[in-house]
Design a protein around this ligand. Structure first.
Ligand code: F0G
Length: 463
């Protein structure tokens, strides 16, 4: 292995051409530089990226919209990317410096079957699982990896529940950088782990949980010349903002009433909220959709932070859920998420393991599919409709964050009926169990005869 460079490169903007500054979300300190842990040098809180010149610049909404539409027709990689197409609202970078896998441009699907189940006719799914590495992380990674390389880093690193590591490893490889992955041992799906291996990451399975991995990474970046690519890195959130831009473009700039996202480390909800709060004053949208965050009951730090501490201080939890992507108890971006929930008037709810499994199978039955963490959105929608927070005549977009193929074990165990083991806590009531049974499609082992297959077909037709 070639030696690590000894002098830590500067994680700052390119001073000459930069169109942005770093701002501390707590004390508001503005700066042109960020330290390697992306924390404020005065108060230690998280940084965000801000664009001081937008006010006096000529960002005219109609021009922006037509420029973004036209770029889609171009063959150039940066124009075609569903992230860099919107570069007018991103940190400036020269086109040749961009590391892209043609991320973004993900479909917006109608969900007629789930619309019937929930009673919300105008129901859509923005499927970020159709990104190059199968999750929404790619939108943020293309920006943050680009800035890592610009700052001169040879090594990038992340702590992950699996998707960040898969995405980081791919973008690092494309950008000729080395990558270091810290994942909790035995707690992430094999498909995600296998992606990191194939993309060439140095992959460490640590005997701790995600929160332990992230804590260690934060210490590591202060000791070694390694650029961290978790969503604490504000460049990640800038890339992930484009989900909202692309969604609104697909809706012809008519805002939906509600957008619902899963909440783990809370970077994605913060990014989507930031985009909405930037688009509104720029005149790109006439009103703000309500952004709601849904967590698994066993990993409900934000729910408890809002209910028990009024959103003023983080209530950490020991996280446990089969939706391993969001098995996070100490979310780094909780303050940013509280801010966007309050600013857009969204809600925060939690859903059970059974509700997640049922919702995942229902999305699968639409022919769309997603990973368990994404399915919390549909489960949460059902709750928010029941509570009257979402009205049946309102339009709703669910953000599906990961591909169905990300966690095949969960899907197989669900259909074979052994997902929940014998744990009483996880078993549902009779009506839940019969709903789950009606969704199960276990594989059927048969003798290789025509009769056996025809009999199975006839039985299936009757059921
Ligand atoms: N959905 C999926 C599929 C995820 O992988 C994650 C996070 C989330 C939702 C939650 O997003 O953290 O921005 O609130 N996965 C991270 C990872 C933590 O390491 O892959 P968040």
């Amino acid at each position: 292995m070639p030696p690590l460079s000894t002098s830590a490169p500067d994680v700052s903007r390119n001073a000459r051409q930069a169109n942005f500054r770093f701002r501390c979300i707590a004390c508001g300190d503005l700066s042109d530089r960020a330290s390697q842990d992306f924390r404020c040098s005065h108060c230690g809180d998280l940084l965000e990226i801000t664009y001081p010149h937008w006010k006096e610049s000529s960002l005219e909404p109609q021009n922006l919209k037509s420029t973004w539409r036209q770029r889609r027709l171009s063959q150039s990689a940066v124009d075609f990317s569903g992230v860099w197409r919107f570069r007018d609202l991103l940190p400036f970078v020269n086109d040749e410096a961009v590391i892209t896998l043609r991320e973004g441009n993900t479909p917006l699907y109608e969900l007629p079957h789930c619309a019937r189940i929930t009673g919300v006719p105008r129901l859509f799914a923005k499927h970020q699982g159709l990104n190059p590495t199968g999750s929404f992380k790619d939108a943020g990674m293309t920006v943050a990896a680009t800035f890592a390389r610009l700052a001169g880093f040879r090594w990038v690193a992340c702590a992950s529940t699996g998707n960040t590591s898969a995405s980081m490893a791919a973008y690092a490889a494309r950008g000729n950088m080395r990558s270091l992955v810290l994942v909790p041992e035995g707690k992430i799906s094999w498909s995600k782990l296998s992606q990191a291996l194939d993309y060439g990451a140095v992959t460490c399975q640590l005997r701790t949980d995600f929160d332990g991995c992230l804590k260690l990474l934060q210490e590591l970046v202060l000791r070694a010349p390694v650029y961290q690519l978790n969503s604490i890195n504000p460049f990640r959130l800038e890339g992930q903002k484009t989900l909202a831009l692309e969604l609104l473009e697909q809706l012809d700039w008519q805002p939906p009433d509600h957008i619902i996202v899963p909440g783990g480390n809370l970077g994605n909800s913060s990014a989507i909220g930031k985009a909405l709060l930037e688009m509104h004053p720029l005149g790109l949208i006439s009103r703000l959709p309500k952004l709601s965050v849904i967590q698994a009951e066993g990993a409900n730090a934000l729910v408890r932070t809002l209910r028990e501490a009024g959103g003023k201080e983080l209530v950490s939890v020991h996280a446990e859920t089969r939706a391993t992507a969001i098995r996070i108890g100490n979310p780094a971006s909780w303050k940013k998420a509280v801010h966007v929930l309050e600013a857009t008037g969204g809600a925060c709810e939690q859903v059970t393991e059974i509700e997640i499994a049922q919702a995942k199978a229902e999305i699968g039955a639409e022919g769309i599919g997603c990973e368990p963490a994404s399915a919390v959105t549909l489960a949460g929608l059902k709750k928010l409709v029941k509570q009257g927070f979402i009205k049946k005549d309102e339009s709703v977009v669910l953000v599906l964050t990961g591909n169905l193929l990300k966690d095949p074990d969960f899907t197989m165990e669900f259909h074979r009926g052994n997902l929940f083991g014998n744990s009483v806590k996880d078993r549902g009531d009779a009506s839940q169990n019969s709903a789950l049974d009606s969704l199960r499609r276990p594989p059927i082992v048969l003798d290789a005869t025509l009769d056996a297959v025809i009999r199975t077909l006839e039985q299936a037709e009757k059921s």
